[in-house]
Design a protein around this ligand. Structure first.
Ligand SMILES: Cc1ncc(COP(=O)(O)O)c(C=O)c1O
Length: 453
C-alpha cells in the first residue's frame, strides 16, 4: 500500500500516554503528537483545507501565489501543499521566530520576508500589514488569512476532533490546547462537545496575550499586550477562529515555565516537541486540582522540537534569560567572586599620553573609552604601540583617534563558556551591566580567579 503524494499522509497522528511529566496529575494524560505530519506540525491539516476550500470557491486559481503572515508552521503546511499543487508562496513572519523555522520554509522554495515583532498589527511594517499589501500588489494571489478563515477550524472539526474521539474510544473528558489562531481548539473542541456535551475545553494562553482577560471579562485590554517568547500561542487581537463560548477557561503560562517543560518532555518522555507543548503541560499542571482520577485528558502537541534547537534546547539561550538555574559560573557569579572595583575608563577627548599614563600607573593593558559617560570603544596597549610607531606625535592626539570597537557586552546570566569564547586577541575583556545599572568589566584574569577559587 502506498500514498499517491505526501499530502495524503497528513493526519492520523499518534495518541501517547504521558507518564513522568504528569506524575502529579491524578488523571490519565494523553498527548496527541502532531509531529508525524509531513511538515512536522498540526498546521498541515488546516493549510491543506484552506487551499482546497479556496480552490473550490475559485479564490485560488491555477498557478496562483499564496501570500500569508505565518510564524512558520502554517507556512510549512502551505509550502508543502503548494509544491504538490503547483502554487508559489510568499510568507511574512516576525523576527521573534526561530531561524530554523524560516530556513525550513525556504527549503520548500517559499519566499520569506522577516518583519519586526514589536509593532502594532496596523503598523505598515507589521507582518499582517506587509502580507495584506503584497496580496494587493501580486497578481493572481490569494491570502488564506489563517486567523479569520474558518476553513482552519473546520479542518480540526473534520479530522483532529474525530481522531481524538476514536482514539480515546469516547472516553476523553478534557481537551487542553495552546491557542494561537484558535483553529485547533475551536474545531476539535466543537466536534468533541457535540459527541459529549460534558467534555471540558481548556485553552492555554501566554503572558502578553489578550485571550484570558477577554474570556473572563469581555474586555479587550491593551494593557495585557507585551512582547513574549513563547511561539505559536497567544495573540494581541481576537482571531475569528477562537470560539470563546466553546472554551471553558484559559490558563496563562510564563515563558520560563513553558521553556523548561518543553525540555522536560524530551528528557522524561522521549518526545521531542516544541514550545507550545511545554506551555500546555505546564498549564495543565497549574490546573491539576480540577482533575479526578478517572478523567482522560488529551493535550495537543503542535510541533516538533527540532525547530527550537537555538532556543529551549540551548543552555546558553536559557541561561541568558535567567530560565536555567544551575551551578555554572556566569557573569554575575564572576563579579560576585571578586572584590568590588570601579571600572577605569578614559574619555574620548583625553590625549593618548594621558591614556598611557593611566594605564601605566594602574598596570592595565586595555581601557574602555567613554563619551559623556557612555562606553563607546576601547584602546589597548598594542593599538597605542602601533599608532606611536607610525607617528610619534600622536601622543598629543585625542584618544578618539585610536579608539577601536568596544568590548562585547554580555548579560549577567551569560555563562563562563560564552564569555571565554568572546575573549580573544582583539577583545581581552567583556562588559556587563550589573544589577544597579553600572557597567563592569570582566577580564581574563577575573575568569581565571573565579575558576581557581
Ligand atoms: C507551535 C504552535 N503551537 C500552537 C499553535 C496554535 O494553534 P492554533 O493556531 O490552531 O490555535 C500554533 C499555531 O500557529 C503553533 O504553530
Amino acid at each position: 500500500m502506498w500514498y499517491n503524494n505526501i499530502l495524503e499522509t497528513i493526519g492520523n497522528t499518534p495518541l501517547v500516554k504521558l507518564n513522568k511529566v504528569t506524575k502529579d496529575i491524578k488523571a490519565t494524560v494523553l498527548a496527541k503528537i502532531e509531529t508525524t505530519n509531513p511538515g512536522n506540525s498540526i498546521k498541515d491539516r488546516m493549510a491543506l483545507k484552506m487551499i482546497e476550500d479556496a480552490e473550490k470557491s475559485g479564490k485560488l486559481k491555477p498557478g496562483g501565489t499564496i501570500i500569508e503572515g505565518t510564524s512558520g508552521n502554517t507556512g510549512m503546511g502551505l509550502a508543502i501543499a503548494a509544491v504538490i499543487k503547483g502554487y508559489k508562496c510568499i510568507f511574512t513572519t516576525t523576527d521573534k521566530q526561530s531561524k530554523e523555522k524560516v530556513d525550513a520554509l525556504k527549503a520548500f522554495g517559499a519566499e520569506v520576508i522577516v518583519c519586526p515583532t514589536d509593532v502594532e498589527p496596523e503598523d505598515p511594517r507589521s507582518y499582517y500589514s506587509v502580507s495584506s499589501r503584497l496580496e494587493k500588489e501580486v497578481p493572481n494571489s490569494w491570502k488564506p488569512n489563517q486567523y479569520d478563515n474558518l476553513s482552519n477550524s473546520i479542518a480540526h472539526y473534520e479530522q483532529t476532533g474525530p481522531e481524538i474521539w476514536d482514539q480515546t474510544e469516547g472516553k476523553i473528558t478534557h481537551l487542553v490546547v495552546g491557542v494561537g489562531t484558535g483553529g485547533t481548539i475551536s474545531g476539535a473542541g466543537k466536534f468533541l462537545r457535540e459527541k459529549n456535551p460534558n467534555i471540558k475545553i481548556w485553552g492555554i494562553d501566554t503572558y502578553g496575550s489578550v485571550f484570558k482577560k477577554y474570556k473572563e471579562t469581555g474586555i479587550f485590554d491593551e494593557k495585557e499586550i507585551y512582547p513574549y517568547i513563547t511561539e505559536g500561542i497567544g495573540e494581541d487581537f481576537l482571531p475569528r477562529n477562537v470560539d470563546f463560548d466553546l472554551i471553558d477557561l484559559f490558563e496563562k503560562v510564563t515563558d520560563k515555565d513553558a521553556a523548561l517543560m518543553t525540555r522536560d518532555i524530551a528528557r522524561k518522555e522521549g518526545i521531542f516537541v516544541g514550545n507550545s507543548a511545554g506551555a500546555a503541560i505546564a498549564g495543565l499542571l497549574q490546573l491539576k486540582d480540577k482533575l479526578k482520577e478517572d478523567d482522560v485528558v488529551v493535550v495537543i502537541f503542535h510541533d516538533h522540537g527540532s525547530r527550537y534547537m537555538g532556543k529551549m534546547f540551548n543552555d546558553d539561550w536559557l541561561r541568558e534569560r535567567g530560565f536555567l538555574e544551575d551551578d555554572k559560573l556566569t557573569a554575575k557569579s564572576i563579579l560576585a567572586k571578586r572584590t568590588p572595583q570601579e571600572m577605569v575608563t578614559i574619555d574620548v577627548n583625553k590625549t593618548v599620553l594621558e591614556a598611557i599614563n593611566t594605564m601605566k600607573s594602574l598596570f592595565i593593558s586595555q581601557i574602555p573609552v567613554t563619551q559623556q559617560g557612555m562606553v563607546v570603544g576601547k584602546i589597548t596597549e598594542s593599538d597605542i604601540l602601533s599608532a606611536l610607531l607610525e607617528n610619534p606625535s600622536l601622543k598629543s592626539a585625542k584618544v578618539e583617534s585610536i579608539t577601536t570597537a568596544t568590548f562585547p557586552f554580555v548579560d549577567l546570566n551569560t555563562s563562563i563558556d560564552r564569555i571565554s569564547g568572546l575573549i580573544n586577541k582583539e577583545n581581552a575583556a567583556v562588559l556587563v551591566e550589573d544589577e544597579q545599572g553600572k557597567i563592569e568589566i570582566i577580564t581574563q584574569y577575573d575568569i581565571i580567579n573565579a575558576i581557581s577559587e
